[in-house]
Design a protein around this ligand. Structure first.
Ligand SMILES: CC(C)(COP(=O)(O)OP(=O)(O)OC[C@H]1O[C@@H](n2cnc3c(N)ncnc32)[C@H](O)[C@@H]1OP(=O)(O)O)[C@@H](O)C(=O)NCCC(=O)NCCS
Length: 173
């Protein structure tokens, strides 16, 4: 199967969001936006890996390192391209990137009823961790525009850390 893997660039943001709308696990999370993808690539230009066939996007994965832990997101293959090894190839490339960054453990959030995803994780050596639950707090609405460093990019080494005020509330007041 003729499939090319490459790192995404900001020009791919719109196509990625369209792919995820069609092919990704989409329940229970804020909607993806092209601005958020562009911001991610501004902070970590190699975080998103694409699979293409004849220049057409057929799959993706985000291999994220937050400076502490190593996480995978948006592993998705277009329905017509599944069961041909594209997901496994993307996962392998993501693992290689995270290994090169120093990873000793990689994790992914997977919905309990996502059999498609669980099949691939299991086949790829991942194990469900039953003694943890994700705890979530929503900050304002899902449509919040990007601000600060998420919009403008991280200014790099030597920059002063942002001033913190406390108490702080996303709800104002
Ligand atoms: C999960 C997903 C990315 C897998 O992509 P894929 O390209 O079909 O995966 P691969 O062809 O590389 O499969 C690799 C292995 O995973 C397992 N696997 C994948 N899909 C499977 C299925 N439908 N049934 C059983 N096993 C499956 C098999 O062991 C397979 O190896 P094999 O084909 O040699 O038997 C794809 O199904 C998808 O996009 N699903 C929707 C989005 C999603 O749920 N992503 C995961 C979020 S946690």
């Amino acid at each position: 199967m003729d499939c090319v893997l490459r790192t995404a660039s900001p020009e791919d943001a719109g196509d990625l969001v369209a792919l995820w709308r069609e092919a990704a696990e989409n329940s229970g999370r804020p909607p993806d936006t092209a601005d958020a993808v562009t911001a991610l690539l501004g902070r970590d230009p190699e975080a998103v890996i694409l699979a293409e066939h004849d220049g057409v996007l057929i799959g993706s994965v985000i291999a994220g390192w937050d400076g502490w832990r190593y996480h995978l997101y948006r592993l998705a293959v277009r329905p017509g391209w599944r069961r041909r090894g594209v997901g496994a190839a993307l996962l392998s490339a993501a693992e290689r990137r995270l290994w090169d960054l120093g990873a000793t453990r990689i994790d992914a959030m997977v919905l309990d009823d996502n059999d498609l995803g669980q099949n691939l994780w299991r086949a790829s050596g991942y194990r469900r961790q039953d003694d943890w639950r994700r705890w979530v707090k929503m900050l304002l609405g899902a449509a919040r525009p990007l601000t600060g460093r998420a919009r403008d990019g991280w200014s790099g080494a030597g920059a002063s850390p942002p001033a913190l005020t406390w108490p702080w509330s996303p709800y104002g007041g």
